[in-house]
Design a protein. Structure first.
Length: 818
């Protein structure tokens, strides 16, 4: 035998009632013994309260409102009962409305709406819906019977939330059901006193009715039919990845619902839980879905936590003072005073120093709480034993819930690390010794970010998102987007990672979309929907969006963009860049960025600053972290110059090889940066800093390979013009080297704290002789690699290798964020 309860939305319209009827028919066709409880049609209870208040205020417009309610019920009768059977139901419905009209007239005469009268007014909602549905079932030949719960559920006279007398109630239920073999259609939410006065069951009322019936009748299960797919791991309006919890324990359901999950109200299901009855939360609008099973203990737990719940808005009250330390009874007095004034406390936290106690409450009680406590502790405040009482608003609570936390280590670590890595400050925290719940108080503006970040780390088999904001969609930026496009499926399937491009910009247009810009059509979207670029606006919007796991990717060579890095890192947003500007400015700037990233617990990654995708920076950082000491670095760090010296000669003019290098994507956006040695200068400067030599840019000694006329060229076009007329200069240089059987190499060296860059010729015995294409080569002589240096060699420029280095940095942030 089972009890089914249908909520307001399930019985809210002709269509939804049709579904309800088919669910009932299916049960009956299987020979199930069932009892059904109905809520009022969706919105009707609130409407009746409104109408009652209007009547009490003498506002006669309530009559119109009441007509609207009546029409909704008539529409159901017309829609679902055959014409020949309609008149008796219309008459019965009308009869109830006549009664209600009389009551409301009385209310409007005496201008008074007591809780007792309001309970009576509200009772019409369930009486009407249940009456109509019973008649529909009867018209379909089902042996159904209307059961007014006031006949079987007894409460005391606490109007608004009657206290159930279970002894009498259970007896009445058993008696009624013993003599009524027909399908009982029971009004939810309502009950009566022993004197027959109508009462209601308070929050979660119809669920309570189902639970009381289920427990009394020892049902096998209770089905709560609602309008969502069961209980979810988090509020789906805030966490797009939230999913239905298949199985949950009573205790977990209690904890989750305490913090806002409104699907069911488990305290009202206590009678069923006490009898160990399985509860199923099912969706009337998705009947095939399994829903959530609520049982004594949940089965087949896949995750260590069961769900995350939250309260959007709370106030945190803090009371502190040295006079509280070691003094017994302070908290007793505090909470008694609050309770005497009906201020309910949501969370409490006290440090073991006993210097302060903080607790959270509904913000609407904040002032009252202060007044109450200032009065209670007036003497202590006067004597200075208590400093005072402060209140902080605009806060939210997030709680992770689950029996899996019990005696399992690392869970709070995981929670706080997810918050920390996303720059979310924890204002207060509480964990009960039941280990069922860890709650944190955070700023309200971080709520959605916190929920998503926590959901991502605890429910790892779901796809996590990394939100990318890419500025610079030229050669490297656009290649990166293409690589992301090609990897989307692999990352989703194999790494459960969704790279969400949430922002894009070039110098002309920018587009931010937290829902994502697809790599397939980003050009069109930026063109069509983009607005005029403003970097400050881009960065500000990013910070405002406050998305979890955000990464800023700078694929420009812009000098001014760097000023935003600090702001971004400070807002706990990681930065990835191939742009060398930030790390090759002043040493203090370089160090400041490293420190900010470290302090904020986010990443600033720039592997492609040197040698494009070759693992040069990572190798140095690994060696440094493990305590190695660098004695010497010798390197070819320009893909462009490497390519030029590997391909120049014969009948190829120097200028043409430079143009080829540019066309192959090896050069800087301005190729003068490569040929002037500036780019290599920046790279050896960055390497110096990475190995602990704090050089300034002007300390790098660069010997020029360009003649003065090329260096002086004011524009890129003019520069190419000067290269054309200087061909003999380069040809002579090359010929001289060839004559010796040697090759030209532009070599950067760091030794004894000094960085130099020189054009040298190397013979066949030199390790740098055999380079080809755009190869870079770096030779590290360290204390551990002293006799034979550690050498890294390979293509050190080009769109694909650079973009893939940027991609790898992005992936390492994804692993870091967990
Ligand atoms: N090529 C290579 O092998 C390597 C390159 N790098 C570095 O990669 C970076 C990008 O190089 P590359 O792709 O060739 O350069 P491109 O000139 O092709 O692209 C630069 C992009 O940045 C945009 N941009 C520039 N300034 C701004 C700004 N202030 N606001 C918004 N957008 C801006 C440009 O917009 P618009 O299109 O409107 O001009 C363009 O989309 C450089 O820093 C380079 O040093 C690093 C390692 C290797
Ligand atoms: N222009 C650079 C690209 C990589 O940083 C080079 O040629 O090496
Ligand atoms: Na690199």
């Amino acid at each position: 035998m089972k009890v089914l309860k249908f909520g307001g939305t399930s019985v809210g319209s002709v269509d939804s009632i049709k579904t309800v009827i088919s669910i009932l028919e299916e049960n009956l066709s299987k020979g199930e013994r069932i009892t059904v409880v109905f809520s009022a049609m969706g919105g009707v209870t609130n409407r009746l309260i409104e109408i009652g208040k209007m009547a009490a205020a003498g506002n006669t417009e309530y009559v119109e409102f009441l007509k609207g309610v009546e029409e909704r019920h008539f529409a159901v009768v017309r829609g679902l009962i055959p014409v020949k059977n309609q008149s008796s139901t219309f008459a019965a419905v009308r009869g109830l409305f006549n009664e209600l009209e009389d009551i409301l007239r009385g209310v409007s005469w005496i201008r008074e709406l007591s809780e007792r009268t309001l309970d009576l007014i509200m009772s019409f909602g369930e009486r009407l819906s249940t009456l109509v549905i019973t008649e529909i079932l009867k018209s379909k030949g089902v042996a159904a019977e209307f059961c007014d719960a006031r006949q079987v559920i007894r409460t005391n006279a606490s109007y608004g939330m009657g206290d159930v007398n279970f002894e009498v109630t259970n007896h009445l239920i058993l008696e009624h059901f013993a003599k009524s073999p027909a399908l009982q259609c029971v009004t939810g939410f309502i009950a009566s006193t022993a004197e027959g006065v109508t009462t209601t069951l308070g929050r979660g009322g119809s669920d309570y009715t189902a639970s009381i019936l289920g427990a009394a009748l020892e049902a096998d299960s209770i089905e709560i039919w609602t309008d969502v797919d069961g209980m979810m791991t988090a509020d789906p309006r805030k966490v797009a990845n939230a999913f239905t919890i298949p199985s949950i324990s009573y205790a977990e359901a209690m904890e989750l619902s305490h913090f806002g999950a409104k699907v069911i109200y488990p305290p009202s299901l206590q009678p069923a839980f006490a009898k160990n009855i399985t509860l199923k939360v099912l969706n009337t609008f998705n009947t095939d879905f399994e829903g959530t099973y609520v049982q004594k203990s949940a089965n087949g737990k896949e995750y260590v936590i069961t769900g995350i719940s939250s309260i959007d808005e709370i106030a945190l009250v803090n009371i502190q003072g040295s006079g509280m330390i070691g003094v017994a009874g302070i908290s007793g007095r505090l909470f008694t005073a609050l309770s005497n004034n009906a201020i309910s406390v949501i969370l409490i936290s006290q440090a073991s120093s006993e210097h302060s106690i903080c607790f959270s409450i509904d913000p609407k009680n904040a002032q009252k709480a202060i007044d109450v406590l200032e009065k209670e502790f007036a003497t202590e405040i006067g004597l200075g034993h208590i400093d005072g009482i402060s209140v902080e608003k605009n806060l939210s609570i997030v709680a992770i819930v689950g029996e899996g936390m019990k005696k399992n280590t690392g869970i709070s670590g995981k929670l706080f690390s997810a918050l920390g890595k996303n720059g979310i400050n924890v204002v207060a925290t509480a964990q009960g010794s039941s280990e069922l719940n860890i709650s944190v108080v955070i700023s309200k503006s971080d709520l959605s970010k916190a929920l998503n970040a926590i959901h991502g780390v605890f429910f790892q088999s779901e796809t996590r998102s990394l939100n990318l904001f890419i500025v610079g969609v030229g050669l490297i930026g656009s290649t990166l987007i293409e690589q992301i496009r090609n990897q989307t499926q692999y990352l989703r399937e194999e790494k459960l990672l969704n790279l969400n491009i949430a922002g894009l910009s070039n110098t002309k247009k920018m587009l931010l979309d937290p829902d994502g810009i697809k790599p397939e059509n980003w050009r069109d979207r930026v063109m069509d929907e983009g607005v005029k670029t403003s970097l400050p606006a881009f960065v500000q919007r990013m910070i405002e969006l406050n998305l979890p796991n955000s990464v800023f990717v700078d694929c420009t060579s812009d000098k001014d963009i760097v000023q935003y890095y600090h702001m971004l890192l400070d807002a706990s947003i990681s930065v990835v860049t191939p742009n060398k500007v930030a790390n090759s400015g002043s040493y203090s700037e370089y160090i400041a960025l490293q420190r900010t990233a470290l302090q904020r617990g986010v990443k600033f990654l720039y592997e492609t600053n040197v040698g494009a995708g070759l693992p040069i920076i990572n190798t140095i950082q690994g060696l440094m972290a493990s305590g190695d000491k660098f004695l010497k670095i010798e390197a070819i760090l320009s893909g462009t110059l490497s390519y030029i010296f590997n391909n120049f000669g014969g009948d190829k003019r120097f200028v043409d090889v430079v143009k080829e290098a540019k066309a192959k994507g090896f050069t800087e956006p301005d190729p003068r940066d490569d040929l002037s040695g500036a780019d290599v200068g920046r790279k050896i400067l960055i390497l110096s800093r990475e190995v602990g030599v704090p050089l300034e840019p002007e300390e790098v000694k660069i010997s020029q390979i360009l003649p003065a006329n090329c260096l002086a060229a004011p524009t890129v076009d003019a520069f190419f013009g000067e290269l054309e007329i200087s061909n003999a200069y380069f040809a002579d240089m090359q010929a001289a080297a060839e004559a010796k059987g040697e090759k030209l190499r532009y070599i950067a060296t760091l030794e004894n704290g000094k960085a130099t860059i020189e054009l040298k010729t190397v013979d066949a015995s030199h390790p740098f002789y055999t380079l080809s294409g755009s190869d870079n080569i770096v030779s590290f002589t360290t204390e551990r690699y002293k006799d034979r240096p550690l050498v890294i060699k390979g293509p050190g420029a080009g769109a694909e290798v650079t973009a893939s280095g940027v991609f790898a940095d992005i992936m390492s942030i994804s692993s870091y964020l967990g």
